[in-house]
Unconditional design. Sequence first.
Length: 266
Amino acid sequence: MLFRLWRGKCTASPVKLAAQMVKLLAGAFPGRLVYGTGDAAFHGQPLVIQGTWTTRLPANAALSGPKPPRTGKRGRPRVKGDRLGTCAQIAASATWTDAVIHVYGTTPRCRSPPLRRCGTAASRPPPAAWCWSGTPGSGKAYDPGLFTLDTGADPAAVAARYSWRWPIEPSNATGKQILGVGDACNRVQKAVERTVPFGFLVQALLITWYACPAYDPADIDRRRWLCPWYRSKTSPSPADMLARLRREFPKAHFRPSAQARMTLIK
């Protein structure tokens, strides 16, 4: 997991920090296409990088058509097309079709219009596309409006891709509520900068350790026996992983160093 510390105003924005991490990840896997996703706060020119980016449109976002071709006249050429309007205005005249999307472990039915290309200051130079999804019978004009740089994607795929960002929310909650990230009362600058990333790094190591050598289906049965109100529990939570780690600590055997063995021989 990668982390960046936002130092406040007059420094690199969270959008630029996110772009740095995506570039670092894309550079580590040069032969693979990296899909990035974020909430409505993460959009802008820095995120127009290798791979694609999908985000949620703010409710007051005003979209424009694709960049028109040059007219051959003097002066600066246009960078955006004609104004299309806000999400609610465009959704009112959109042609909706039924679709099935795969989000959050379920396959709900929704309504979605075809992807439509648009051009904004955040998406140039490559063209962008947007779409909506909504529950049939809902009174909302749209829910939600999505923006993606992948113009060849299916609307259902775009909605599923946006759902991938949700794990960061329970990850933050786990780090704060279970591992105590952010509870340390630090005052030294380096300690303030390192404590929170180190806590989330420990969380990443915990999940990796459990997923690779420590996973046991019996952990679910144990938790459901101790907590019978978890009737629908089918997968281990970070709390289960931490409990398993605490049980393994007393079983661990620490091998003595070479110097300690020489001392025993003497």
